[in-house]
Design a protein. Structure first.
Lengths: 251, 214, 503
């Protein structure tokens, strides 16, 4: 199976360790991973901020880079949702504006084969025990796009429960948004911060050492709030936990 | 141009994208929702009605037809009612055992006059088990809408099982839209203080439902 | 923008400087500990209950889909259904009026009240009459309007603004309500009972006593409607307290002001909404009282019935193929109760009678995006999607929010006051627009992206913990992540560099 890693621009730039974890994990599971160097960004920030027309060339670029692969895997629920849910909408809007179905046709091939990481593991590879070892107390925050746009359901928790040494504790108010919301975090920073503080307080109440999620942008917001509040907790991407083994444990 | 023409014109211009041969009403709505929830027998449906009425703080009594006059007399006595409002077509026998003063609802009875009456007794058009709802349609045994509203104590008699339907879809099928309808689910209540339900605002604060069989 | 906005109770028009942008209003609200406590308590109470009430129905998804389809179909043929409503209501003894905007609706209602010779009316809670500022318009004509819904009464007595669709006084806790009743009831009629405590049952009792005299003497009632059935001309009002029944049945004259989007085609359609609305709004299997009436009935209820059909921006909203789904709304307020943003700022920050997620897509469509508040509302969301998930008519609120953001920053064709116009991009977003364009250029050129990443990595020691200017919006409350020594793509190239997929 020819699988492409779509790491996302945020992870590529700020969280390379997440990318390395995905490569390590998929390789361990026998998947041949490629990282197309021409990849950039799915265009979500542009689209969601109201710059749909600016997002279109980025979507076209994405399709150019990835359409030849059998599967596209990304460690980001929100970027996966952009491709799966919003690329078809980009195409439909272009058609409604009298621009024909060129964009729609161009984007169509990448839509069904783009997977969020946990979805790829459970649905495509059919595994829940990935042979990981992570001896920590962990609470899981389901990010909004993974939860409500992609419908990841209990896939991430099933994967985490199978991790050796890991104690999974339920996060109160888990399904509530952390307050990141892309440009919302700066356009409505007061509300965003208030939501972030509540999320961190809920996480603290679990006694977990680690808050885990499948989106580094949300973790950037939650983690930034954690250090500002001086909590002892750490934000960790789920890929790093699943990649961790007894031989090569992640910190 | 009249406002009517202006609004209708705006609507038509706004809908320029809707094709002439748009899906007709009959095909536009997929009605694969349930006609009723669960498959209950007649008796179970009555039990469900009673359960849901109680859940929303109605007081439920059950009796056989022959016991109804006695039960009504008992309920009015227990309440200490001095007067009871009677719809024009109420079965006279229901009040055979009580000597509480009967007051007829006359066309020119004022709301203030009705406000001085302690209780009201009505029948109903039907009851909905799944939601614990009574529906009054202004038939002679139920009277005008105001009489089941102003007195603080409402006794509503439901003939079971024939007047009980399971669900809202079944209720609507049996009701006549042209009649003034009042759907009642428990005594009046409000969620306006901290989004928590409290019983007892403007409608009758005590709702007693008598399920009569036979 | 040619449309004039008449305002709502005690409200300045939205373009007025007193109506700050959403982020500005939210900043104040977020710091109000009492407000946040009240909202948190109320919204969390109802959330769990709603989930339970919905879970009771195995066919919820099918009901939701049917509700959506009924409303969509109606909207797509609204002209036909409105004519049908007019015909049916008239045949049943009612009189139908058409109002293009708020002023016209207010003029019609005031004229109808004056014609009865009365100087007071009792009102059952209605979003449409709040939207048009009917109470103030009547006051100006010497007619006093008494709100009779408990929460509306709290708002009216407290000279306050509504902050929730269903529970306009949600921002008040029981102690505050007791204080308002104690100090204000006497000015409006029967004073609060001696020794009134903050027990909800006592507060409800105080409202019962205070309003009873008004109900019993009222000769004119004013209402809205939850549904109007086109085939029969039946109006439906869903309520809890019995104040609706009082207003709908005791007066001699009843005037109902109803938005044109409230129409459903058939009697049967009610079987969907009477299941989804109560469970979505108050989390009940069924609300205590629902009234249905068709024109006038012999000796039962008002002898005169007027229906005022209101446009006031609805046809403009209908003209937008993406935005028109907002007109499916049945005003249940489930989206408010579940919204994390609403929970933290309350309804006042939305600068409209329609707060919360639905307000954020409805107000900028009904009123246009010209004012500061209306241009900021589409951004009053983290796009978490909780609102869409609970909406009983499946309004994709995030989709419409993003669509309206586009309208704000990129402009484009819209309909205002029935006319097709082309909006210019909003002024405040010029810098952002330029930045977005640069970002798009960089992000469609991998080499440029890589250059930027490397620059960031090499200068990482010099990155400040706090940012100046707009960056402060982030670092004011959160630390920045550390920039890594090298981006992923450099590591990949070092370790897997000769494979395919390279640049």
């Amino acid at each position: 199976m020819r699988v492409a890693l779509f790491l996302t621009c945020v992870n590529d730039t700020l969280y390379p360790d997440t990318g390395r974890a995905v490569v390590k994990l998929l390789t361990r599971l026998g998947v041949e991973v490629d990282f197309p160097m021409a990849q950039t960004c799915c265009g979500q920030a542009h689209y969601n901020t109201g710059y749909r027309h600016e997002a279109e060339p980025m979507a076209r670029h994405f399709s150019d880079v990835f359409r030849g692969y059998e599967a596209i895997v990304t460690p980001s629920g929100s970027c996966a949702a952009m491709v799966r849910e919003l690329y078809p909408r980009l195409g439909a809007r272009a058609r409604a504006e009298g621009r024909g179905n060129t964009l729609e046709r161009m984007l169509a091939p990448v839509v069904p084969k783009t997977y969020e990481l946990t979805e790829f593991l459970v649905d495509v590879l059919g595994v829940t025990d990935v042979g990981a070892y992570y001896p920590h107390r962990v609470t899981y925050h389901p990010t909004c796009h993974g939860l409500r746009s992609l419908g990841l359901g209990d896939r991430p928790r099933r994967l985490l429960r199978a991790v050796k040494g890991l104690e999974l504790v339920e996060l109160p108010g888990a399904e509530e948004c952390c307050g990141f919301g892309g440009t919302f975090a700066v356009k409505n920073s007061d509300v965003s911060a208030a939501m972030g503080v509540d999320k961190v307080r809920n996480a603290e109440s679990t006694g977990a050492q680690v808050l885990c999620a499948g989106d580094n942008s949300c973790l950037m917001h939650i983690g930034g709030t954690m250090t500002r509040l001086g909590t002892g907790m750490r934000p960790v991407h789920i890929a790093r936990i699943l990649a961790s083994t007894e031989e090569e444990p992640a910190v | 141009m009249s406002s009517r023409e202006r609004i209708l014109g705006r609507v038509r211009r706004a809908l320029a994208d809707v094709p002439q041969d748009d899906t007709p009403y009959a095909q536009a709505v997929c009605r694969d929702y349930l006609r009723q929830h669960g498959d209950h027998g007649a008796e179970e449906t009555v039990d469900l009605l009673a359960e849901n009425l109680v859940d929303y703080r109605a007081v439920v009594h059950r009796c056989a037809a022959g016991e109804l006059p006695g039960l009504i007399a008992h309920l009015l006595g227990e309440r200490g009612s001095q007067s009871v409002l009677v719809p024009p077509g109420l079965d006279e026998s229901w009040l055979a055992d009580t000597d509480v003063k009967r007051v007829a609802d006359l066309p020119d009875s004022t709301p203030h006059e009705l406000d001085r009456i302690d209780s009201v007794i009505t029948g109903c058009a039907l009851a909905v088990a799944e939601t614990g709802t009574l529906v009054l349609d202004g038939s002679p045994d139920q009277g005008r809408r105001r009489i089941s509203l102003i007195p603080d104590h409402h006794i509503c008699v439901v003939r079971v099982p024939e007047q009980v339907v399971s669900s809202i879809p079944q209720a609507l099928e049996r009701l006549a839209p042209g009649r003034p309808l009042t759907w009642i689910s428990g005594p009046s209540a409000t969620s306006d203080i901290e989004l928590d339900r409290v019983e007892g605002v403007h409608g009758p604060r005590t709702l007693e439902v008598v399920l009569v069989s036979g | 923008m040619s449309a004039t906005y008449l305002g709502m109770p005690g409200f300045p028009p939205p373009s007025h400087p007193a109506f700050p942008s959403f982020p500005q209003a939210a900043r104040e609200a977020v710091r109000d500990e009492t407000l946040r406590g009240n909202l948190r308590h109320a919204t969390h109470t109802i959330r769990a209950k709603r989930a339970g009430a919905v879970a009771e129905l195995a066919d919820w998804a099918a009901l939701r889909e049917a509700g959506k389809q009924i409303k969509d179909h109606t909207l797509r043929h609204l002209d036909r259904y409105l004519e049908q409503v007019e015909e049916a209501v008239t045949a049943a003894g009612g009189t139908v009026h058409w109002a293009v905007d708020a002023q016209e609706a207010n003029r019609i209602v005031a004229g109808l009240v004056r014609a009865t010779g009365e100087t007071e009316v009792v009102k059952v809670k209605s979003m449409a009459t709040q939207e048009i500022g009917l109470n103030e318009a009547l006051e100006a004509e010497g007619i006093r309007a008494y709100e009779t819904d408990l929460a509306e009464l709290i708002v009216q007595l407290g000279k306050d603004r509504p902050s929730h669709i269903l529970v306009p006084a949600i921002h008040r806790n029981r102690g505050e309500i007791r204080d308002i009743f104690r100090s204000q009831m006497s000015a409006w009629g029967r004073p609060a009972p001696e020794g009134l405590t903050d027990a909800p049952a006592e507060l409800a009792e105080a409202a019962r006593l205070h309003l009873r005299e008004k109900f019993l003497r009222a000769r004119v009632g004013v209402s809205g409607a939850n549904f109007v059935v086109a085939e029969t001309g039946t109006l439906v009002v869903v309520e809890s307290e019995g104040n609706g029944r009082m207003c709908l049945t005791l007066p001699e004259t009843l005037i109902s002001v109803v938005g044109i989007e409230k129409v459903v085609p058939t009697w049967r359609d009610l079987e969907v909404f009477l299941q989804t609305l109560p469970r979505s709004s108050t989390a009940e299997r069924m609300n205590p009282y629902t009234s249905m009436w068709t024109g006038t009935a012999d000796e039962d209820g008002p002898s005169t019935f007027h229906l005022v059909l209101l446009d006031n921006g609805r046809t403009d909203t209908l003209a937008d193929e993406v935005g028109r789904q907002a007109l499916r709304c049945i005003r249940c307020s489930a989206c408010l109760n579940v919204c994390p943003v609403y929970e933290r700022v309350g309804g006042h920050a939305y600068g409209s009678v329609y707060p919360g997620p639905i307000g954020a897509i409805l107000s900028p469509q009904l009123r246009g995006t010209a004012s500061e508040i209306d241009a900021s509302l589409p951004y009053a969301s983290s796009l978490c999607g909780a609102c869409y998930e609970v909406c009983p008519v499946a309004i994709d609120i995030p989709e419409v929010l993003v669509h309206l953001r586009e309208r704000v920053v990129q402009g484009g064709p819209v309909t205002r006051g029935g006319n097709r116009v082309v909006l210019q991009p909003a002024k405040g977003h010029a810098a952002e627009r330029a930045a977005m364009r640069v970002a798009r250029w960089a992000l469609t050129h991998p080499g440029v992206l890589r250059g930027g990443q490397r620059l960031a990595s090499r200068t990482r020691r010099f990155h400040p913990r706090s940012l100046p200017g707009p960056g402060r919006a982030w670092t004011g409350t959160r630390d920045l992540p550390a920039v890594p020594a090298e981006p992923f793509r450099d590591w990949w190239q070092r370790t897997h560099g000769d494979g395919e997929g390279s640049e």
